[in-house]
Write a protein that binds this ligand. Sequence first.
Ligand code: SF4
Ligand code: SF4
Length: 373
Amino acid sequence: MNANFDLNESPMIVIWETTQACDLACCHCRASAQAKRHPLELTTLEAEKLIRDVADVRPPIFILTGGDPLKRPDIFYLVRRAVAHGLHPAMTPSATPLLTREAIADLKRARLSRMAVSLDGSVPEIHDAFRGVPGSYARTLDAIHWANEFGLPIQVNTSISRRNMHDLENMANLLKNFKLVLWSSFFLVPTGRAQMDDLLSADEVEEAFGTLYRFSKELPFKVKTTEAQHYRRYIIQQRIKSRGQGAVEINGHGWEKAVPGLLPINDGKGFIFISHTGNVCPSGFLPVSAGNVRVKGLGEIYRDSPLLVSLRDTANLQGKCGECEYREICGGSRARAFAVTGNMFAQDPCCNYIPASMRKSEEPEASVLAAQA
Ligand code: SF4
Ligand code: SF4
C-alpha cells in the first residue's frame, strides 16, 4: 500500500456486505446474521452500480463480505463484474455446505484475488462452539486445502475474545501447516450478537499483542490485526526498543521513520463499509450511516459526509486518545468506543497506554516509548 495515499480523498479498503444472510449462528456476529436474505438488500442492478462507484474511488482492496456472500446466487457474476472494472475483489464466505470445492474453483475462475475464511479455535470444540454449527471447523480446513489446490490465495481471520485467547499458541501451530497469505486477528467489538462479557481487558489485549508480535516474526505468513489500531503503537514501541534508538517524535509523523509502511487507517479513514441495504458506514462494527449509495455516489459520501470528515479529524478524539502522542497513527478503535460508551470519539476502552501528557511526573517516562531513550 502507498503511504502517500490521501485518506481524505479515497478509501484504501472498501468492504461491501453483499447480504446479511448466513447459515451459521456465530455468537459474536456483528451483523446478527439470519438464514434468509433481507428483501431490501441491493439488487443485482444496484450492486453493479455500486461496483462502478467502487471502481471510481479505486481502492487497492475491495472485499465482498456478509453474512455469507455465497447466499447470493449472483455473487460469481458480481465478482466477474468487479474484475471487469479493474478491481481486485476478495471474499469472506462462511464455512457452510455452500462452500464446496466446486464453488472455490468457480471463484478462482471468476478471478477472485483472495478468499478469507474464519477459524476461531485449534480444535472443533472451540471453533464450532463459536460458530454455532457443528462441522464448520472441518469445512473451514477443507476450504483452505481446496483454495491451496486451485492456487487461490487464502487468508484466515480469527476473532479474538475471552473464549479463545488461551488457544492462540495452538492455532499458530495448526496454521503454520497451511499455505496462507495472511492471518488476521479481529479484536472483539461488542456489537450485534457479540457480548461485553467476551471483551478482553486492556491488559489482556496488550498480552495478545505480545503474542501476535512474536508470531509475526516466527510464522511463514503475515500477521495483522483488525479493530486493534493500537497494535501499531505496540509495533512502534517494540521496533524503537529493539533498535535502541532514542526517543522519537511520534506526535507528528515520527512513526514513518520508526516503522516505514504503517498506515493510519481507522474507521471511516481509509476504510469504508457498505451495508446490505446500501448504507455507507465507517466500519461494519460502527453501524452509523453516512449516506446511502442508492441516492449518492460512494466517493462523494466518503469525501464529504460530516460524519466521516469528523471521524478523520484526530482533533475530535477525546479522553486518552485525544491526548495521545500516537493519535495520528492509531486513534483507537472508533467502533469499540461507540459500542462500549455510545460516543464514537471516546477513548478506546481496550488500550492500556497512558499518554505522556497524562503521566504523573514521578512516573518513569513512557512505560515503553522513552524507556529506550
Ligand atoms: S459466519 Fe459471519 S455472517 Fe455468518 S453468522 Fe458467523 S459472523 Fe455472522
Ligand atoms: S490511547 Fe488511544 S491513541 Fe493512544 S495508543 Fe491507546 S488507543 Fe491509540
